[in-house]
Design a protein around this ligand. Structure first.
Ligand code: PEP
Ligand code: MG
Length: 589
């Protein structure tokens, strides 16, 4: 039995036979063609590019049918890259000028591009490397005439282990065939993780050595909650994980019964449960899981999945489809949060030295007013269709919030002049996700209509721990006293806002969907939590199993503990006592 560890990116346990996807990127040797054949070689290259674009159009259409428009945009982006003369021109030029084979020109050009992106670090750059490798394999398939993937050779349901999975491989998985997957490369923000979650397949990334240490046909367990990958498990471990699978199944069944029940604590305090989404297609899942609205729509995926800036109409269509799906429930649209680990193609060409502290989020929007206003126009137009709120990410100073709001007012005037409908009373809120905003929260309450606490960034900026860096992952502690103090400050400011009237405050960071952290948030006074759809049923279960004084006691006790490990252990033990089914068989046994 061998246990490897990686980063869990999609929850659940998969047990099955290993299928090692050893689609190694092949090295193509440099070979020349005779001068009279150069023209033929250029034609070969052009036909391979055209055939690849046709393939991609088919994958795009199939993905659109299965996963929706947003996911399909990744392939539209690939098609765009292959149609982009600045990418294909140099390949053709290389064949003409240097007389090399078409395959070498494709290999060398794309390899060079992938290396450039690869050298820029983790995060979204890594995603670009995957995109480029994907494209190279596809074009080479047409030139060399072999299938680029062994996935087609998979016969029964399997757990796929791969060095890395390209977006089209992940999207090409047939439902029911792939039980789970493990990659050696990748991070939490990659496309593959997004697909895994959308398809509800347990997945672990960054599990080093997985493909070398597990042979095809052996048994493997993938724990998408803890990041464990267990190859050739012994009988005891196998039995334990089968029990976990069964308990997960029963737990989910029981949670289904809760869907229609109110989300109130044992002492009768109502808690609002909202959903976090990246794609409009997720709204249905949020409602099915018992969410009563969307508390965070991460609109940057409109930019990341596509080939460039979305048009106003594309923004509008996405927002309108959410509003329609929500049928009168609230949609909270966060304006684009680009930068840091979520780069656009354009931004990645000019990398910043310290992007986490750089021109990201609202800062980027304020420096690119044309782009910002296009999004705001669409948000406002969608507000005519049903309840919509808008919020700005990473607000650091009141001045910044005022400027962002000013742009919104300008856009309102433009729309009014054009006779377009919109909700002039739209609520305008802000994310509280940097310490300066939390520390001075009462300076923002006269300006903002609501707060949404983004613990993901708040933790990273408070503790100076990069949330995407696995080397410091153990220092990333949402229950740290410093973070707790900032959340408390924000909630208190919101409660006392505007001469006692108060403004609504929610939490939409990962902590809100985490059973252990959620108790702390309830104890700190939060009555609205926003999390991804799969987390909502268990969260409701937690709310219905606790009293507010109990949660306040948890906060009081946690703040007496002076070590991160002790706090985490205490929170886990407490949550475990309240909902043992959610933990049973997982941590200790
Ligand atoms: C957060 O920072 O907590 C948050 C919800 O935003 P994101 O994870 O998109 O940065
Ligand atoms: Mg954030």
């Amino acid at each position: 039995m061998l246990e490897l560890r990686g980063i869990p990116v999609s929850a659940g346990v998969a047990i099955g036979q290993v299928f090692v996807l050893d689609d190694q990127r092949r090295r193509i040797a440099r070979r020349s063609v005779s001068p009279e054949l150069v023209g033929v070689e250029v034609q070969r290259l052009e036909s391979a590019l055209a055939a690849s674009r046709d393939d991609l159009a088919a994958v795009r259409d199939r993905t659109r049918g299965e996963l929706g428009d947003e996911a399909a945009k990744i392939f539209a982006f690939h098609i765009g890259m292959l149609a982009d003369k600045s990418l294909t021109g140099p390949m053709i030029e290389m064949v003409r000028r240097e007389g090399v084979t078409a395959e070498y020109a494709v290999y060398a050009s794309l390899q060079h591009l992938a290396e450039r992106f690869g050298s820029l670090g983790e995060g979204a750059f890594k995603t670009k490397v995957d995109d480029i490798n994907d494209l190279a394999a596809r074009v080479l398939k047409h030139l060399i005439g072999e299938t680029s993937s062994r996935l087609a050779a998979m016969t029964g349901p399997c757990v796929v282990l791969a060095r890395e999975l390209t977006p089209s491989q992940a999207a090409g998985f047939q439902r029911g065939r792939v039980l789970g997957f493990v990659t050696e490369a990748g991070g939490k923000t990659g496309h593959t993780g997004i697909f895994a979650r959308a398809m509800a397949i347990p997945a672990v990334v960054a599990a080093k050595g997985a493909t070398e240490r597990a042979a095809s046909g052996s048994t493997v367990i993938v724990d998408g909650d803890s990041g464990a990958v267990i190859v050739n498990p012994d009988e005891v471990t196998l039995a334990r994980y089968r029990r976990i699978q069964e308990r997960d199944r029963l737990f989910r069944l029981k949670l289904d019964d809760l869907r229609e029940l109110p989300c109130v604590t044992l002492d009768g305090v109502g808690v609002e449960l909202l959903g976090n989404i990246e794609f409009p297609q997720e709204v249905g899942g949020v409602l099915a899981a018992g969410g009563t609205g969307v508390g965070l729509y991460r609109t940057e995926y409109l930019y990341l999945a596509g080939s460039g800036e979305p048009t106003e109409e594309q923004h509008y269509e996405a927002y309108a489809s959410c509003v329609r799906a929500l049928g009168g429930r609230m949609l909270t649209i966060r304006t684009m949060d680009l930068g840091a680990d979520k780069y656009t193609q354009g931004q990645s060409e000019n990398p910043e030295r310290n992007p986490m502290l750089g021109c990201r989020s609202i800062r980027y929007c304020l420096q690119n007013p044309g782009m910002f206003k296009r999004q705001l126009r669409a948000v406002l137009r969608a507000s005519a269709l049903g309840p919509v709120r808008v919020m700005f990410p990473l607000v650091t100073t009141p001045e910044e919030f005022r400027r962002a709001r000013f742009f919104l007012l300008e856009v309102m005037d433009d729309l009014a002049d054009e006779g377009q409908a919109f909700d002039r009373a739209i609520a305008v809120g802000m994310m509280v996700e940097v310490p300066s905003a939390a520390l001075c929260a009462e300076m923002f309450t006269p300006l903002a209509d609501f707060f949404s606490i983004g613990t993901n960034d708040l933790v990273q900026y408070t503790l100076a721990v990069d949330r995407t860096n696995e080397l410091v992952a153990s220092m990333y502690n949402p229950a740290s006293p410093a973070v707790v103090a900032l959340v408390r400050k924000t909630v208190t400011a919101a409660a006392g806002a505007r001469q006692g009237a108060g403004i609504p405050v929610s939490c939409c960071g990962e902590s809100a969907g985490d059973l252990e952290q959620a108790m702390l948030l309830l104890g700190l006074g939060l009555r609205s939590l926003s999390a991804s759809a799969p987390a909502l049923p268990a969260l409701k279960r937690l709310v219905r199993s606790v009293t507010i004084p109990q949660c306040e006691a948890v906060v009081a006790k946690a703040s007496t503990l002076d070590s991160d490990v002790a706090v985490q252990q205490y929170l886990r033990d407490t949550a475990r006592k309240i909902i043992p089914e959610a933990f049973d068989g997982r941590s200790v046994e």
